[in-house]
Every structure is written in C-alpha cells, then in structure tokens.
Design a protein around this ligand. Structure first.
Ligand code: NAD
Length: 282
C-alpha cells in the first residue's frame, strides 16, 4: 500500500479500550446527522470519544435505559424520534422544562449511574439565534406549530424573557394546550392564540413541517405575509430545503433569517455540553 503523506488528511481514530462513549437512540436511526457532527468534533479536538448510533425496538427501550445506569464508560445519550416522550418515565430526574414538556432529547449519566433528562431543542434554537446576532429577551415572538419542537422553542423563548408570545397551529386543540401549559409556567407573560397581523412581531418562527421538500408551501396566509415587517427576524426549523419558501420570502423582504440546519448544528453544542462531552459551541 502506498503511504499517505498528505499531512492535511486526518486519520480516523481507532476505537480502543479507553474510548469514552456517547450515544444517540431512536428508530430508525440511519438518517440522523449527530454522529457525523459529534465524531468530527471529537476527532478535530483529538479526543478519544465516539458517538454510537443505536436503533432500539420499542420493546427494548426500558431495559436499554436501565442498562445505561450501569454503562460506566458512557457519558450520555441523545434521544430522537420516536422515543422523546417514552423515555421520560424511565429517568431519575428531569429538568424543569423536560418535566413541563413531558419530552426529553438528551440524557446525562452521572458518575453514580443516575440518569438526568433535559430537552434542549429550544436552547439550540436560541443558540442559533445568538450566533446570528438575535437575542430573544424583550422581543415579541410568534411560533407557528405547537408540536414537539414548537413547544420546546416556545418554552425556551419564555425562559429567555420574550415580552409577549403568540402561538398558531392548524390544530386549535394543540394551540390551546400549549398556551395553557405556558400560561401556568409563565403566569406574568402575555400569551395569545390570535394572529391578525405580523406587524408587531420581532421574531417569527416556523416550527411546523410546512415548507419541507419541494412543497413550496408557506405556513402563513399571503394576506398575513403581506404585512411582514423588514425588521423581523424570521426563523425556520425545516432542514431541507435549507432556504424554505418562508425564508426566501423573508430574505427578499430584507428580514434577517435563521435556518433549520443552523439550529441543528447549534443544538449539537447544547446536547454535547449537557452530556459533558463537547463545548457549548461546536
Ligand atoms: P410535530 O408533528 O410534533 O409538530 C408539528 C406541528 O405542526 C403540529 O402540531 C401540526 O399540527 C403543526 N402544523 C402542521 N401544518 C401546519 C400549518 N400549516 N400551520 C400551522 N401548524 C401546522 O413535529 P415536530 O417534531 O415538532 O417537528 C416539526 C419540524 O421540525 C419537522 O419538520 C422536523 O423535521 C423539524 N425539526 C428540526 C430540528 C432542527 O434542529 N432544525 C429539530 C427537530 C425537528
């Protein structure tokens, strides 16, 4: 074999007996991007640490979580679809927001084996915003989509000190139950479920799947979008396409924009930091 003398080529690190582990669990798992993001960061920081993708069947979830307690060379585990809700009941401690949202997307294993759960979807969103120069404190925000990610983003926006929050979802029941959850957690904050105009908003976030793929769909009516102010920061959670129809329209209007891939990358830092495996910003 011809030796590779290119000093820019980084040799893959060999897993050995002292390699520290983190994991990501879900089913299916082949589509997730976290192992690439984490393992690239571990390699470029010369750390003997690896993220394993784990595809677990629903029946094996409870014994898997129990096994994590005794898995001494594992720092933690990212949790993805469809297990974010199911893992909640198996953990020893939950962050305040994970308890309120009944949803966990990361578990840290303490040295004594206790498992602590948090949900950093919303923190990843805020982290991406900060990286784009947007700070949510004191801002008036609209979140479209009151599902798993929309709920986590809305909760974190409240924690970050927005001055007012509006919610919109095609399901009135989802809108109302998220509004109720947030009103009881943040009783001082004005929370509205009525959106008549976009003019008053500093932040408009699409946290629904609208705009995915080549659908060309927008999550708000043309009449509402006509009033989109150029001063607004417009964010989307959809990862493909990177520039969704909403973001294209916002950019053409002169708004600052924040993409789904920016959130995903920023959140990798929050996930790794919670497990004690990476810096907060990768
Ligand atoms: P979910 O099914 O839990 O929630 C989606 C919500 O959107 C539902 O409440 C649904 O009623 C609502 N909705 C659908 N069409 C709508 C419309 N036209 N107007 C208003 N609301 C509408 O899904 P989820 O887990 O919250 O995921 C939402 C999106 O976020 C997905 O596209 C997912 O891929 C993406 N996501 C992105 C990241 C990231 O880091 N960028 C992370 C996780 C998920």
């Amino acid at each position: 074999m011809v030796p590779n003398n290119n000093s820019n080529t980084q040799a893959p690190r060999m897993v050995n007996g002292s390699t520290e582990l983190v994991a990501i669990v879900g089913s299916p798992i082949a589509q997730v991007k976290s192992p690439e993001n984490f393992n690239r960061w571990f390699a470029s920081n010369a750390l003997n640490r690896v993220m394993l993708p784990i595809d677990i069947s629903a029946q094996a979830l409870a014994p898997f979580i129990d096994t994590l307690r005794g898995w001494q060379n594992l720092r933690g585990c990212v949790v993805t679809v469809p297990y974010k809700q199911q893992v909640v009941e198996h953990l020893d401690e939950l962050s305040e927001r994970a308890r309120a949202l009944r949803s966990v997307n990361v578990i840290r294993r303490e040295a004594d084996g206790r498992l602590i759960g948090d949900n950093v979807d919303g923190e990843g969103f805020l982290n991406a915003g900060r990286q784009q120069g947007f700070d949510a404190e004191g801002k008036r925000a609209l979140v479209i989509g009151a599902g798993g990610v929309g709920s986590a983003i809305a909760y974190s926006l409240c924690q970050a000190g927005v001055s007012a929050l509006s919610l919109a979802d095609v399901s009135p029941q989802r809108t109302q139950s998220l509004a109720q959850l947030l009103r009881s957690a943040f009783p001082e904050l004005p929370i509205s479920t009525q959106v008549d105009s976009l003019e008053a908003f500093d932040l408009i976030t699409n946290a629904s799947p609208v705009g995915m793929g080549d659908s060309g769909e927008l999550p708000l009516s043309e009449a509402l979008l006509h009033g989109l102010p150029a001063t607004a920061h417009v964010a989307d959670v959809v990862t493909a396409p990177e520039i969704t129809p909403l973001l294209a329209l916002a950019r053409a209007r002169g708004c600052s924009i924040q993409t789904g891939p920016q959130m995903a990358l920023a959140q990798a830092g929050n996930l790794g930091h919670f497990m004690g495996a990476t810096a907060l910003v990768l």
